[in-house]
Design a binder for this molecule. Structure first.
Ligand code: FNR
Length: 433
């Protein structure tokens, strides 16, 4: 009888490596600066944020039903571990749009991360790069995409686009995404108008109105031309008398601080305020339609993914149009209250489009086992939104790294305990639904 294979010394994998790092520090009396479970992470993240940052980050549409549905959908699926499989090594790598990614996880695009930390996007990029996790830059970023790209090194990054009502701005943003080395363009469809978000509304707080989250615009030549046109048109007309309140002064300070250039000059200039107004006019196109999407193929050489698809008919139509992939998402429950869970939509869409098309999922990913379930139900990869912002609030770039590594560690340990050597092995046969 031959001896059972001996585990290779490198077989520990990222799950055990992460556990070991935490337990070794524990022997020296140190605890992780970022909690390793979702609930405590959220609790501590909240304490590290201002009330307006918390409202914007954690808030959702209406009653919050969609956010609850997202979490409940994961609760309905149970993993059935398999024993004695003899598997000692696991590969979390995956091919997405022809590029090898070290793991099936990407950081979701989140706007106004500057609410949480100054230069938030740069810190997120550093954390994502340190964890070897791809990052989708937000069109509402606080750092120009060209700068954020430099922090990503060889780790893949994509660029997210909100379709502006100014078509020349759409082309300019696409051109910049190509030029800065983004691997794909992610067009978000579900935010042609902002959802009804009571947490922000009750504080009267919209980050963009305070100049937070406009860096892709204020760094854009087409957008700055629009701002100049606006200022020219206003020249000679008498301005409305300003209503000077403490809030108005705070907003002026914030707008001036976030606008490119020197603070003192910005405080004196009408340009930063004109930029906010111009942004509010053009940031989205409420009339966005399939006709707009049909022009995309000629406008970029990048692979295109559509984010925010929830219905199988929309998914089929998008793929017929020639897009390269879909992100099944309800925007983390921030747009339509009482919407279906993204995970339920994923099951229906995968059934409708078959095994080939690239499908990513977000909304409700909180643990490594959530990743496992989503992959089993047909996702090729997942995006994580709020949790990495809690890590950002708690410990900057290193907090982002820890959140991402914890998710991957738990995924890898779950694969270890269910006998799965690679992502292809994560199938519905390992779930009880
Ligand atoms: C977002 N999301 C988002 N999506 C997008 O396409 N562009 C954006 O600028 C933003 N901005 C944004 C800000 C904040 C604070 C949050 C929480 C979310 C949606 C995001 O990409 C993703 O779809 C959800 O966050 C996923 O849900 P979870 O992981 O937060 O539950």
């Amino acid at each position: 009888m031959s001896a059972p294979p001996r585990p290779s010394p490198t077989a520990a994998g990222i799950g055990r490596a992460r556990q070991n790092a935490i337990y070794r520090a524990g022997v020296l009396g140190r605890r992780p600066s970022v909690p390793t479970d979702a609930e405590e992470l959220e609790r501590r993240g909240r304490r590290a944020m201002s009330p307006t940052a918390w409202a914007y980050v954690a808030g959702g549409a209406g009653s919050g039903a969609t956010m609850r549905h997202n979490l409940e959908a994961f609760e309905r699926h149970r993993i059935v571990p398999r024993m004695l499989h003899g598997v000692t090594q696991r590969d979390l790598g995956t091919d997405l749009l022809g590029v090898r990614h070290p793991s099936p996880l990407l950081v979701a695009p989140v706007g106004a991360a500057g609410l949480v930390r100054r230069d938030g996007d740069l810190l997120i990029a550093e954390g994502a790069h340190a964890a070897g996790v791809g990052y989708v830059f937000s069109n509402q970023g606080d750092v120009a995409m060209e700068r954020t790209a430099t922090a990503m090194g060889t780790t893949p990054y994509w660029s997210q686009l909100y379709w502006s009502s100014d078509e020349a701005l759409v082309d300019s943003l696409i051109g910049r995404a190509e030029a800065c080395g983004a691997g794909a363009l992610v067009v978000t469809l579900d935010t042609t108008v902002l959802g009804w978000r009571p947490q922000d509304l009750n504080l009267g707080s919209l980050p963009f109105a305070r100049g937070i989250g406009l860096a892709q615009y204020t760094s854009d030549p087409r957008f700055t031309a629009l701002v100049r046109d606006r200022l020219d048109a206003a020249a000679g007309t008498s301005a409305e008398p300003a209503n000077v309140t403490l809030g108005a002064l705070r907003s002026l300070w914030s707008i001036s601080r976030h606008h490119p250039g020197r603070l003192l000059a910005n405080l004196r200039s009408p340009e930063p305020r004109a930029a906010v107004q111009a942004f509010l006019d053009v940031y989205s196109n409420p009339g966005l339609s399939w006709d707009h999407l049909a022009t995309l193929r000629e406008r970029t050489r990048l692979p295109v993914l559509l984010k925010g698809v929830l219905h199988a008919d929309d998914a089929r139509r998008a793929l017929d149009l020639g897009v390269d992939g879909l992100v099944v998402s309800n925007h983390g429950g921030r747009q339509v209250d009482r919407s279906i869970a993204s995970l339920d939509a994923l099951v229906a869409i995968r059934a409708a489009v078959g095994p080939e098309p690239t499908l990513l999922l977000d909304s409700g990913i909180r643990t490594g086992t959530d990743l496992f379930v989503a992959l089993a139900l047909g996702a090729d990869a997942c995006l994580v939104g709020r949790p990495h912002l809690y890590g950002l609030a708690l410990a900057g770039a290193d907090g982002v790294r820890q959140v991402l590594q914890n998710l991957l560690a738990e995924l890898e340990l779950t694969m270890a305990l269910t006998g799965v050597p690679d992502l292809a092995g994560i199938t519905p046969a390992l779930l009880q639904t």
